[in-house]
Write a protein that binds this ligand. Sequence first.
Ligand SMILES: Cc1ncc(COP(=O)(O)O)c(C=O)c1O
Length: 363
Amino acid sequence: MKLRESVLRLKPYTAGKPINEVKRELGLNDIIKLASNENPLGCSPMVTKVINELAYQVNLYPDAANFDLKRELAEELGVKPDNIFLGTGSDSIIRAICSIFIDPGDESIMGEVSFQRYEDNTKIMGGNVVKIPMKNHKLDVEKMVDAITERTKILWFCTPNNPTGPIIKKDELFSIIDKIPKDVIFVMDEAYYEYVDDPDYPQTIPLLGKYPNMIILRTFSKAYGLAGLRVGYGIANESIAKYINAVVGPFDVNLIAQNAALAALKDKEFLRKVVELNKKSREYFYEEFKNIGLEYIESQANFVMVDLKADDKVVFNELLKRGVIVRPGHLFEMPGWIRVSTGRMEQNERFISALKEVLKGMH
Ligand SMILES: Cc1ncc(COP(=O)(O)O)c(C=O)c1O
């Protein structure tokens, strides 16, 4: 076998532990998963209705042009359909971006603790990953821009940043945006956009005209609750959109996913409830972490990173035994921390009570 050199360097992505795996391994039945930033309210009933209606149409190929969904998104976002591209989750768009920009030896720059798929996909293309240390758990955007070299192709701005939670604020973005050379792409990964309530969050779509090297990524996986269907989208100037569309497979967004996303966009009331619950859950976690005496990172997303001052692998396993799945920090190079996704209130309470029990024996 003559594998490409870059493939030999890959390490597999560790996803959140699936509920069925924990059931199998630990013989537990009642399990809550707060590990993958999924939507604890499921999805809109308008979506489930569409899915049921389409069940008899799965013999048909989906619309390769994604015409309706692009048109609807374009209208909602105030851009042209030609500015939009869709993929099997924004994950597949991250791969497409790397495949159109990264040649072997090119660099992409990201935060030291950020979304792992930027690294994986850069490496798949034979590129080199440049990781910039975090500044108080936030992306150090200034240092990221300072690190640009002749080989730099992409800067990855994850905002809110997964797994730490903070956003890049307006003044931070505007202090560096004009220093990014026009031939370097910067990706604003806004997977958690809908959850942000900080008034200092910059609206990036109006900047597209001035910055043709900007790509914005969003997804239906989080606030819209369609993670299992895999629909993500991006917004950029028409020429970038054209190349990305040429790289993603024509039928990558399947028939059910396209129509479910359309339905999800219409249910504003569901989205409002999701965002409201998330805010309440974050506040509840903060309050309880303070009570236990734990430090946490304030988050603008649907998860919170908390410093356990204890071995995260041990706490992770002890929580598992109690039927609670979280994400241990060592996976993000943050040993001693865990990342917990917000759940429904009863799930949040169950997590906190399990955490208290586990930590009691450890501190
Ligand atoms: C920052 C960020 N970007 C992109 C994704 C990919 O999401 P999806 O492929 O489900 O759209 C995730 C998923 O967790 C994420 O956290």
